[in-house]
Design a protein around this ligand. Structure first.
Ligand code: GTP
Ligand code: MG
Length: 432
């Protein structure tokens, strides 16, 4: 990707460990969006109107100098008012954390639905700022002046026109999204109709945890784009693969980050909701993070986000990138996660080198199929069936019968038939 320009990065002066973490993440975000950081400045946030004190602003202005195309990236979320105030004081382009994330999202989205979701989020972000700029140009300074005499009811008020334009555009984008959502729901229903006995899985996790690498490993392709840049994946594409005779559909999802704007999550809510309505959620963790705290922090961000959308589903914690760990490091990390999340199934893999432990876990979630079996009375055959399958109901008469369920019918039914033959028990089996 082409470099997008040079910038001065302003980060809040860190007071806590979390501030350090957020600042670091901000640097990665800037890198991922291809701005070149010319200078990094750490400042104290101590002014609600301009964020920074007058003397800090003077200093900043001095650093920018005469460069008209300067870009300042601020590593926090700015309110619309703060944004415009800073823009006017420093007379240059100011980009805050929201805007940067939106820019990255806009660059990476490939599918139409994601593109429109981002346009909607951009509209929600941009319109209050545009409105303020317009108000300043009209020198009316405050919202209460918008109804002043001369404008009222004439339809000439530029602010009214602006608001109407924004509403119209929002309605247009929402309409497009509704159509695309409908098409997606229809596709899903069709898929469920034709593949009702398949397994549906979704891969979630912090950005760069290795979700797309895992998707490629499971489907034995290289279709999903993999990169160390943040937010590489934005489109929730569905792919399928076969494990023994079980067809599995799997979706890769947008990665999460700490502090992701809620309106962005809202924009992606319907696609996320659909992905998270899966039979299994694989929560991928980058186990090679520099500290245990960081692993837990990133995992909590993921779990909190998915809890908000769908708190009930089978979850597997997938400890990834174990090829980068020593045995001791892996043991410590695994024990830590077991202690914090005793209710989750945990599995350790390297999406790059070895995913077999995960396929074994997926087997446990293979949907069961039910069958009715009638057989000539035999205690030995009956106890074999009890051991081999889950017996749901039994009836005893001239013939004995039971309804049982198994996970691997192709293999399981054949095994039961062979056992009956060996015991000279005559049987009839049909789907229940
Ligand atoms: N050593 C090692 N690197 C891995 C492994 N899995 C993924 N990676 C690397 O981690 C980086 C991120 O991988 P991705 O698969 O793009 O991560 P992601 O979770 O899809 O990221 P986003 O789409 O940005 O949310 C890439 O550089 C991968 O090559 C692994 O098991 N071992
Ligand atoms: Mg990805």
């Amino acid at each position: 990707m082409e470099p997008r320009g040079e910038c001065i990065l302003i980060l809040p002066y860190p007071n806590t460990k979390n501030d350090l973490f957020l600042n670091n993440e901000m640097r990665l975000l800037v890198k991922s969006s291809n701005y070149k950081i010319m200078e990094e400045v750490q400042l104290r946030i101590n002014n609600p109107k301009y964020l920074f004190s007058p003397s800090q602003l003077v200093d900043l202005k001095y650093r920018i100098g005469e460069q008209v195309d300067s870009i300042i990236i601020v590593g926090v979320h700015l309110s619309a008012k703060q944004h415009i105030n800073l823009e006017e004081k420093l007379e240059c382009l100011i980009i805050d954390k929201f805007e940067l994330v939106l820019e990255i999202f806009a660059l990476r989205a490939m599918m139409e639905e994601a593109k429109i979701q981002i346009q909607l989020a951009q509209l929600k972000y941009e319109s209050p700022r545009q409105r303020l700029r317009l108000m300043n140009r009209l020198s009316i300074g405050g919202a209460w002046h918008t109804e002043r005499a001369g404008f009222r009811g004439t339809g000439e008020n530029p602010l009214h026109e602006f608001d109407a334009g924004t509403k119209k555009r929002e309605a247009h984008l929402k309409g497009k999204l509704a159509t695309l959502k409908q098409q997606r729901v229809e596709r899903r229903l069709n898929r469920k109709r034709y593949h009702h006995d398949s397994l549906y899985m979704s891969i979630v996790g912090y950005t760069s945890a290795g979700k797309s690498t895992l998707l490629n490993a499971l489907t034995k392709t290289n279709e999903a784009s993999v990169s160390s840049r943040l937010f590489e994946t934005l489109d929730t594409r569905i792919r399928s693969f076969v494990l023994d005779d079980l067809k599995i559909f799997v979706t890769d999802t947008v990665g999460f980050i700490e502090d992701l704007p809620t309106f962005l999550i809202d924009s992606f809510r319907s696609t996320l909701e659909e992905s998270l309505a899966a039979d299994i959620i694989l929560i991928v963790i980058d186990a090679s993070e520099s500290s245990l705290d960081l692993i837990l922090q990133k995992l909590n961000v993921t779990i909190n986000t998915i809890n908000e959308i769908n708190p009930q589903n089978n979850r597997v914690l997938v400890i990834n990138k174990i090829d980068l760990l020593t045995e001791n490091e892996l043991e410590t990390r695994e024990n830590l996660l077991k202690k914090h999340f005793p209710e989750y199934e945990i599995v350790c893999i390297s999406a790059k080198e070895r995913i077999e432990p995960l396929t074994r876990v997926i087997e446990k979630f293979r949907p069961k199929k039910s069958y009715l079996i009638k057989y000539t009375p035999s205690f030995i055959f009956r106890s074999f069936c009890h051991e081999f399958a889950t017996v749901e109901k039994e009836v005893f008469g001239d013939h004995w019968s039971m309804i049982f369920s198994i996970r691997k019918p192709t293999y399981g039914l054949d095994f039961i038939k062979r056992k009956a033959e060996a015991l000279q028990v005559s049987i009839e089996i049909e789907a229940a």
